[in-house]
Write a protein that binds this ligand. Structure first.
Ligand SMILES: [Zn+2]
Length: 100
């Protein structure tokens, strides 16, 4: 008889990312935003805020996600600044090599 243990795999450990298709209010483009589920689970207060930087000129899409991983709302943001330190740029590059 075949083992049924594979049916007990933790689905959430396989599904590492939650993906959203959102139309950015600034550039009017449909963008794909991926949030690591581990990041959502680590927060204690909802909605959870996720920021997606994109476009040229660069701007941000701010996404609010609830406990059920649904998008509660979103907004565009043109006002941003970056701390001019090499450690900040190194971390941005590290993020860049990540699929999300
Ligand atoms: Zn945009």
């Amino acid at each position: 008889m075949a083992s049924k243990s594979k049916e007990n795999l933790d689905v959430e450990s396989i599904k590492k990312y939650q993906k959203y298709d959102i139309k950015c209010p600034i550039c009017k483009k449909q963008v794909k935003v991926g949030v690591e589920l581990g990041d959502i689970k680590a927060v204690e207060h909802f909605p959870f805020t996720h920021i997606f930087l994109h476009g040229d000129p660069i701007h941000a899409l701010v996404v609010y996600i609830d406990k059920q991983f649904n998008v509660r709302g979103f907004e565009g943001c043109n006002s941003m600044s970056l701390q001019k330190e090499s450690s900040v740029f190194q971390q941005i590059l590290r993020k860049w090599s990540n699929p999300f």
